[in-house]
Design a protein around this ligand. Sequence first.
Ligand SMILES: [Zn+2]
Length: 226
Amino acid sequence: MSNFATDILRAFETARPEPDWRRPAALLAGLSGLAQEAALDLGVARRDAALMAWRRALFGSQWRAFAQCPACGTMLEYELPTAPEMFAAPEDVLEISAEGRVWRLRWPNSRDLARAAACPDRDAARGQLLARMLETPADDAPTALLLEAVAAAHKSCWSVDLQCCACPRAWNVLFDAGEFLWRELRAAARRILREVDAIARVYHWSEAEILAMSEPRRAAYLELVS
Ligand SMILES: [Zn+2]
């Protein structure tokens, strides 16, 4: 049995116990059936493109988010970028021209990023990350240039410029497909569990029976019991 509710709950169960760095991969594993260790080995661009495709399949193409103005506290609603190219899986190897050479790099995966994050300082982290990504190791690689080019090529993880509607403050928020989808999916899972709880208390149907209902039918029973 697989429908919206069971897909959401399966992914929620898989991702919830995981630490932050493993969660996007766990989310993808829970949704797609891919083994979690394999999802951790996926390049982050391919992983996030797959998460974006799942996001569209589950919740539709519009993606609204909220942010609080850091100056005056006003809540802003904004639209997250969901351009078609964000759903396309990128090439596994990037070719970047810099300093008269073409550098071939593979995308970092979740494990690479976690190792880099555990480094004692930023330079060490960047050096280690690039060393893992370069197909042919090179001591003279322009680390900053190459990592910036990779970040720019990562379409599912970028910053969104926001402008407060109540004061002159402008700022940007980092858009991270895994984190945004996790928050949305967690909220949906909690809603579904509350619905199952409310219906089961009145009708004494099993969880499986309630989850097998279509969304409109479950909503209709919910109206009757509340
Ligand atoms: Zn403001």
